[in-house]
Write a protein that binds this ligand. Structure first.
Ligand code: ZN
Length: 168
């Protein structure tokens, strides 16, 4: 057991002045382990196929990427929360969304305890894939060319998200 204070000091020593806590690695394994026995983990491939649209199934369950510019969420500017379209876990707040010009909904911050990450070697350049920590549905890739304060760009498939407007 490491004393809490020691952990805090270690974290503080690692943080560069320009970086917020958000730029530190996501505790992927711990996040996913929290949902290891969750009912969402027990759905079969066929059950997912029944629940999701064909495109959402391809993205969430097979790591496909939707065509750029096809999601209505690109133009979603209301206050609210973006949830995993698979299981409804909250992933992004509207105030973290920005227009990246890529044609995919983009965010500079994520609800860190609700995602897992892995290295994706599908392209020549390794990319960091991220997914819902509960149902493991693929969301998108995170890049280090985002705006302040995090410098991160979570490039998300719109079909993998569901937007819930804040109560008026
Ligand atoms: Zn999910």
């Amino acid at each position: 057991m490491i004393p809490r204070r020691a952990l805090f000091l270690a974290a503080a020593a690692l943080a560069l002045p320009a970086c917020s806590a958000a730029a530190q690695p996501i505790p992927s394994a711990a996040n996913q382990a929290r949902y290891a026995n969750d009912p969402w983990r027990r759905l079969t491939e066929d059950q997912w196929r029944e629940r999701l649209s064909p495109m959402a199934f391809r993205v969430l369950r097979q790591e496909a990427t939707e065509r750029a510019g096809t999601s209505a969420l690109n133009n979603e500017h209301r206050r609210g929360t973006f949830l995993c379209a698979g299981c409804g876990l909250e992933l992004f707040r509207s105030e973290w969304k920005f227009d990246s010009g890529t044609g995919w909904p983009s965010f500079f911050q994520v609800i860190r305890e609700n995602v897992g990450t892995k290295q994706d070697l599908l392209l020549f350049t390794p990319r960091t894939e991220y997914h819902c920590a509960r149902c493991l549905g693929h969301q998108g890739h995170v890049f280090e060319d985002g705006p302040r304060p995090t410098g991160l760009r979570y490039c998300n498939n719109g079909v993998a998200l569901r937007f819930v407007p804040a109560a008026a």
